[in-house]
Ligand binder design. Structure first.
Ligand SMILES: C[S@@+](CC[C@H](N)C(=O)[O-])C[C@H]1O[C@@H](n2cnc3c(N)ncnc32)[C@H](O)[C@@H]1O
Length: 298
């Protein structure tokens, strides 16, 4: 690990881990969204190794082993630190940062990962020099930040020339039909309302949505798969969750409906942002979750 660039921090003892709390002002941040994630990730702080492996393999399907093995890696917007944990098995050292109270959950999840360090910081005050990391990744984060392109540029600056940047951004349903798009339209109206509720009601409402909306679609997809109608099953809304536990489904329902700021992008827009951030050799995975992409820093 390298020394921090910024010296304006305090150390919080969350034995056996320490949390380095950075104090600079941040502009490119939505405070309501960050507070909401602090609540979310302190509610959902435990993921089994199996849950992490199943979802981690999906996000990292486009990351060759030699980009991870013995490398110095940064996880931006780590939340509970589940992907930091996933990557720490292969990497030499993983730094993870998040501006929300999720870092306290990360300290629990990463307690047995000595090759990790947790910092409470955001994209505007990433506490490392530019050109530092072999791999930087940010999964499900930059669409919750007001200026996504600027946030991506801040992350990519931390990658060494020749290193890589992996990102997952919500897709805008461009590859889906009318039914999907209409469902999204209504669910987005619902999100605006639910995300403004007090924590207790928000959590309970999202739990109900997980049981009454997500689970029926997931069970239908599973059933269709069982009777051999795999193509139709894959077309079902929420079929992505057939391989995931109810814990992940509950968590994603809260993520989806409880977050005040979310933005959505097309493949083309993501590619353009990656190019503007200084990346080339861009690969966008054809697999879910849509879209996750990797590029090489020039
Ligand atoms: C959907 S969660 C994803 C967490 C983690 N990457 C995962 O997939 O489990 C989004 C995370 O982005 C973080 N976040 C929000 N604004 C941020 C900012 N300006 N800089 C860095 N992270 C931010 C939130 O605190 C939250 O933990």
């Amino acid at each position: 690990m390298k020394p921090f660039k910024n010296v304006n921090y305090t150390v919080y003892d969350s034995s056996p881990k320490e949390i380095f709390v950075f104090h600079e002002d941040q502009q490119n941040i939505d405070e309501k969204t960050v507070a909401s994630f602090g609540d979310e990730w302190t509610t959902f702080s435990s993921f089994s190794d199996e849950e992490i492996k199943i979802a981690g393999d999906q996000y990292f399907d486009i990351v060759a082993d030699d980009l991870l093995n013995n490398k110095y890696v940064l996880d931006v917007g780590c939340g509970t630190g589940r992907w930091t944990k996933y990557v720490a098995e292969k990497a030499a050292f993983v730094e993870c940062i998040d501006p929300s109270d999720a870092v306290f959950s990360a300290a629990k999840l990463l307690k047995d990962c000595p090759n990790t360090r947790i910092s409470k910081a955001g994209v505007d005050n990433i506490p490392f020099e530019d050109d530092t990391f072999d791999l930087v990744f940010s999964l499900g984060v930059l669409h919750h930040i007001p200026d996504t392109l600027q946030a991506m540029k801040s992350c990519v600056k931390k990658v060494k020339p020749g290193g890589s940047f992996l990102v997952y951004l919500y897709y805008n349903f461009e590859n889906r039909g009318f039914l999907f798009k209409s469902l999204f339209f209504f669910s987005n109206i619902l999100r605006r309302f639910i995300s403004s509720l007090p924590k207790f009601f928000k959590t309970k409402t999202c739990w109900l949505i997980a049981v009454l909306v997500y689970m029926p679609f997931v069970l239908l997809s599973k059933g269709l798969r069982k009777i051999g109608l795999k193509k139709l099953a894959n077309k079902m809304p929420l079929s992505y969750y057939t391989s995931h536990s109810f814990n992940i489904i509950k968590n994603d329902a809260l993520d989806r409906f409880g977050t005040p700021l979310e933005q959505r992008f097309s493949r083309k827009e993501i590619t353009e942002m990656m190019v503007k951030s200084g990346l080339s050799e861009i690969i966008i995975s054809d697999n879910e979750p849509y879209w996750h992409a990797i590029g090489k820093r020039q």
